[in-house]
Design a protein around this ligand. Structure first.
Ligand code: PPE
Length: 323
């Protein structure tokens, strides 16, 4: 695999060449993980490139920062424009977008008050997160020996780099044991989430997913799937999910920006349902891909179109998302 690279990165107010977007090793974030980030996808549609749920993602970024008393020095409108400009400047069609903010170089020690807050946007091409064929064939996963953070340790609703040390433990263990991904339980032993995905299951024609009280990231794909399922007439329940329901489910799948909607075909080598993508998963996937690929009207107002002049596209995006 080659190095990650595209042409330009937006950093602290300007687009600069990829190779010049550097930080000092004394930056606070490197020592203490003081950074918040987002992952967003941009898709190709017949009416041009469209970013999926951009306002929701950027709002979550500012919310994550707020929990950590971090004042992002640019308004959300400017960052919205920066995202669209970065996609456009890199000539990207379908791509993954990573806006982030972090405490930079100033002083070290735990009080971050004297460190500047830096903001950047990177974009790159990112294919199927859990490997080719995962979206149609599904993946084999395990329940991790690691728990997700207890609610009074690291707040799960904030998408901060620190939470991803826990995710890396889950991911590396799963890969070492021959699984594509791990699902962590919460500190009370109920199902929480994957290292970088939310989890859903279908049982008796009802969709279940862990509630926000199980130390999950409030996934934007999760929210989209809940809205799509309700529109399809499927009951949706957000509640504590006991581990054994993973083994007894008729269908299971992950949701996330990177993973999109990926079926799970086994958990701990116990076959999930019929061991392949089930009909409910397929119906939800179809409805989701119809929206992001622009095959149906955008009734939920989820798409922000990228035009080739950053500022006007941001205005248009804001206007089209206002309603
Ligand atoms: N839980 C976790 C822990 C998580 O990291 C993600 C996204 C989700 C749930 C789903 O959230 P959403 O993308 O809003 O539906 N994980 C991102 C990071 C992946 C990475 O490897 O980096 C992503 O999917 O972009």
């Amino acid at each position: 695999m080659g190095f990650l690279k595209s042409e330009k990165i937006w950093m602290n107010g300007a687009l600069i060449p990829w190779d010049e977007a550097k930080v000092h090793v004394g930056s606070h974030a490197i020592h203490y993980a003081s950074s918040v980030f987002e992952g967003i996808r941009c898709y190709s549609t017949p009416s041009g490139r469209a970013v999926f749920r951009l306002p929701a993602h950027l709002q979550r970024l500012y919310d994550s920062a707020k929990v950590y008393r971090m004042e992002i020095p640019v308004p959300i409108s400017e960052l919205t424009a920066a995202v669209l400009e970065t996609v456009s400047a890199n000539g990207m069609n379908a791509c993954y977008i990573r806006p982030f903010a972090f405490r930079g170089y100033g002083s070290l020690g735990l009080n971050p008050a004297h460190c500047p807050i830096e903001v950047a946007v990177m974009v790159w091409e990112w294919g199927q997160y859990l490997g080719d064929g995962a979206l149609s064939d599904g993946v084999d996963v395990c329940v991790s020996s690691w728990n997700r953070m207890a609610p009074n340790t690291l707040p799960a609703m904030a998408k901060t780099a620190a939470n991803y040390m826990n995710s890396q433990l889950i991911k590396m263990e799963a890969l070492a044991d021959g699984y594509a991904e791990g699902i962590a339980l919460d500190s009370d032993g109920f199902v929480s989430e994957g290292s970088g995905e939310n989890v859903f299951l279908v049982r008796h024609e009802t969709l279940y997913t862990p509630a926000l009280t199980s130390s999950i990231l409030p996934g934007i794909t999760r929210d989209s799937v809940i809205k799509i399922a309700r529109r399809l007439g499927l009951p949706v329940v957000e509640q504590r999910v006991p581990r054994e329901l993973l083994y007894l489910a008729d269908e299971l799948f992950f949701t996330g920006t990177a993973v999109e909607i990926t079926p799970i075909r086994s958990v701990d080598r116990i076959t999930a349902g019929c061991g392949k993508r089930g009909p409910v998963t397929q119906a939800i996937q179809n409805a989701f891909f119809d929206v992001i690929q622009g095959r149906v009207p955008d009734e939920f107002n989820w798409l922000t179109f990228v035009h080739d002049h950053g500022e006007s596209s941001a205005l248009r995006g804001r206007r089209s998302n206002a309603g």
